[in-house]
Design a binder for this molecule. Structure first.
Ligand SMILES: [Zn+2]
Length: 245
């Protein structure tokens, strides 16, 4: 296949990821993207080419070009070396959905029910076709059980810390969105691979959290619990590693 075509497909996927990451957290349906500063509707040219609002001059975030660059790079890499069991074209819907979940969790610390619902259907189909229904269902159940355990463990730890400090702590390190994300990814990778995905996610999460903590302490910006990282990007990293192991 032509590299130019693959690069263009990467650009289109990146633009769709940017679009959904802009509208999904703020509106119930598919709407026109609006300027975050003055709420004017973007023209197609301003949104896709100039990255700037022509009304007030506000610029789109650096995320827009970054996602496009990454998306083109990933599109080319997937062509050269597609993930296990998948072709280039079969990888694109997964790339698109995981890209949207990745960006939204990074920016909003949230995994939306809308993206999880789409992922439930999409990954169930992929899992059943590629791995068989038994492996796919067990993968989802495994993902659910393991992350639910960590979810309740997180609540218990928060309660204990709250008792020791004599105040209520409402933040939990591990949310229900992470539980649903691990469940739908279980369909995609199956049992027992989902265990590997979660282990990789937790280890890389801990490593990056540790480094972030050190940097925050050194720069004196540290305040307890305020700087927890989103977990879904690490789950997605786990899926990528499992696919290429
Ligand atoms: Zn504006």
């Amino acid at each position: 296949m032509d590299y130019l075509l693959v690069a263009v497909i990467g650009l289109i996927i990146g633009a769709i990821i940017n679009y959904f990451a802009d509208i999904l957290p703020n509106s119930p349906g598919l709407t026109h993207p609006t300027c975050p500063e003055c709420q004017t509707k973007f023209t197609l040219k301003d949104y896709l080419l100039r990255y700037q609002c022509s009304q007030c001059g506000a610029r789109l975030s650096l995320r827009h070009p970054l996602v496009l660059i990454c998306s083109v790079g990933i599109s080319v890499l997937v062509l050269i070396d597609p993930p296990a069991l998948l072709s280039y074209w079969a990888t694109l819907p997964i790339l698109l959905l995981l890209g949207i979940i990745f960006v939204i969790d990074l920016e909003h610390y949230a995994i939306l029910v809308k993206t999880t619902a789409v992922g439930f259907v999409l990954f169930l189909i992929y899992g059943v076709v590629l791995l068989g229904w038994k492996k796919a269902l067990l993968g989802a159940l495994g993902g659910l059980a393991i992350t639910l355990f960590f979810y309740f463990l997180g609540i218990a730890v928060s309660k204990v810390v709250g008792l020791i400090r004599h105040k209520k702590i409402s933040e939990v390190a591990f949310g229900l969105g992470d539980v649903t994300a691990a469940t739908i990814l279980g369909f995609l990778v199956g049992w027992p691979s989902i265990v590997g995905v979660i282990v990789i996610a937790i280890v890389s999460f801990a490593l990056v959290s540790f480094v972030t903590l050190i940097v925050l302490i050194l720069t004196k910006k540290y305040s307890a619990f305020a700087n927890a990282l989103p977990f879904a990007p690490f789950l997605i990293l786990g899926v990528v590693v499992i696919y290429y192991l």
